[in-house]
Design a protein around this ligand. Structure first.
Ligand SMILES: C[S@@+](CC[C@H](N)C(=O)[O-])C[C@H]1O[C@@H](n2cnc3c(N)ncnc32)[C@H](O)[C@@H]1O
Length: 279
C-alpha cells in the first residue's frame, strides 16, 4: 500500500527547507526568502509528486508521479548517487511541464551523474532516446531502476553507460558520433574534486545545437565560481529559481567558438585539469 506525501514532506526537501537543519550544515546558505509565493507554490507542486511506501519493506524505495506514471526508485544511503536529490525533482517537473517548448519525443538525450535514474526515466517516458550515465559503482542500481520503470512503457528503451567525468571521453563518446539534442544534469556541482573534468565533459558532449538543462543546488562559494567558469564556455540562461531550496534551473548552449576562449586543444585540457584547484 502507498500513501501520497503531503506538501514539503519529501525527506530531502523537508530537510533542505528547514532552517534549523540548514544551520547544522557548514557552508549551506539559507536564504530568508521563503515568503516568495511563486517559489513556494511551484516547490509544493514539485514535492507533491513524491510518495513513500507505508509498509516497511526489505529494500528502501521512494515513489514519484511523473508523466502519468508511478515511478519507484530504489535508493541506498551509502553514496551521493543512491538517493534522489531535490534538483532531480525540479528537472523532472520542468521536463514534464514544458513539453510544448522542449519536446523530448525521438530526441537524443544524455544524462550525466544520473544517480538513481529518475530524470532519465522521466525523459524516456516523454519519448526520448536516453543514455543514462554515472560512475561504474552506481550503474547496477541505475540499471535496475531504469529497467523497472521503463520496460514496456517507453518508445525507446534507455541505455545505461559508464561516464566518469573527463575519463576516456574520446574513446567512449567520440565527438564524431555524439549527436545529443539535450544534456541533462541535476546536482552535479558540489564539493568534489572533478569540477574541471565536469566542464570538459559538458564541452565534449555538446554540439552547437545541443541544449543543456542543468539544475544547480547552491551550497558553497565554490559553486558560484563554477558558474562563472561555465559561462566562459557556454551561453547560460537562468530559466527558474527556487530560493527556498537554493536551486536554479539553467539552460545552456555552446558559445560561438569565435566569441569564446574555446577549449579545443589537448593543451587547454591539460591546463584546465592542472588548474582545477582554482575553481
Ligand atoms: C548529488 S548526486 C545527484 C544524483 C542525481 N542527478 C540526482 O539529482 O538525484 C551527484 C551524482 O554525480 C555523480 N558523480 C560524482 N562524481 C562523478 C564523476 N567524477 N564522474 C561521473 N559521475 C560523478 C555521482 O555518482 C552522483 O550520481
Amino acid at each position: 500500500m502507498i500513501k501520497k506525501t503531503s506538501i514539503y514532506s519529501h525527506p530531502l526537501v523537508h530537510h533542505l527547507m528547514d532552517p534549523e537543519a540548514q544551520k547544522g550544515i557548514p557552508g549551506v546558505l539559507y536564504l530568508e526568502n521563503r515568503e516568495n509565493d511563486d517559489d513556494k507554490k511551484v516547490v509544493a507542486e514539485i514535492t507533491a509528486r513524491c510518495f513513500a511506501p507505508t509498509l516497511i519493506t526489505t529494500t528502501s524505495w521512494e515513489g514519484f508521479h511523473f508523466v502519468g506514471h508511478e515511478i519507484r526508485i530504489t535508493e541506498a544511503v551509502d553514496c551521493y548517487g543512491a538517493v534522489v536529490w531535490p534538483s532531480a525533482l525540479v528537472l523532472c517537473y520542468f521536463l514534464e511541464t514544458n513539453v510544448k517548448q522542449y519536446n523530448m519525443v525521438d530526441k537524443n538525450v544524455i544524462e550525466i551523474g544520473a544517480g538513481t535514474g529518475l530524470v532519465s526515466i522521466v525523459a524516456s517516458l516523454l519519448g526520448a532516446h536516453v543514455t543514462a550515465t554515472d560512475l561504474p559503482e552506481l550503474l547496477g542500481n541505475l540499471q535496475y531502476n531504469i529497467s523497472r520503470n521503463t520496460k514496456m512503457k517507453c518508445k525507446h528503451l534507455p541505455q545505461v553507460k559508464e561516464l566518469s567525468w573527463g575519463v576516456a571521453l574520446d574513446k567512449n563518446f567520440p565527438r564524431s558520433s555524439n549527436n545529443f539534442d539535450y544534456i541533462l544534469a541535476a546536482d552535479v556541482v558540489y564539493a568534489h574534486p572533478f569540477l574541471e573534468e565536469l566542464l570538459i565533459t559538458f564541452d565534449h558532449l555538446c554540439k552547437e545545437t545541443t541544449i543543456i538543462f542543468w539544475v544547480m543546488k547552491f551550497r558553497l562559494e565554490k559553486e558560484n565560481k563554477f558558474v562563472d567558469r561555465f559561462k566562459e564556455l557556454f551561453d547560460l540562461e537562468e530559466i527558474s529559481s527556487f530560493p527556498s531550496l537554493n536551486i536554479k534551473l539553467y539552460k545552456a548552449m555552446k558559445k560561438n567558438p569565435r566569441s569564446a576562449g574555446y577549449p579545443q586543444s589537448r593543451a587547454w585540457k591539460a591546463k584546465a585539469i592542472s588548474s582545477r584547484l582554482l575553481l
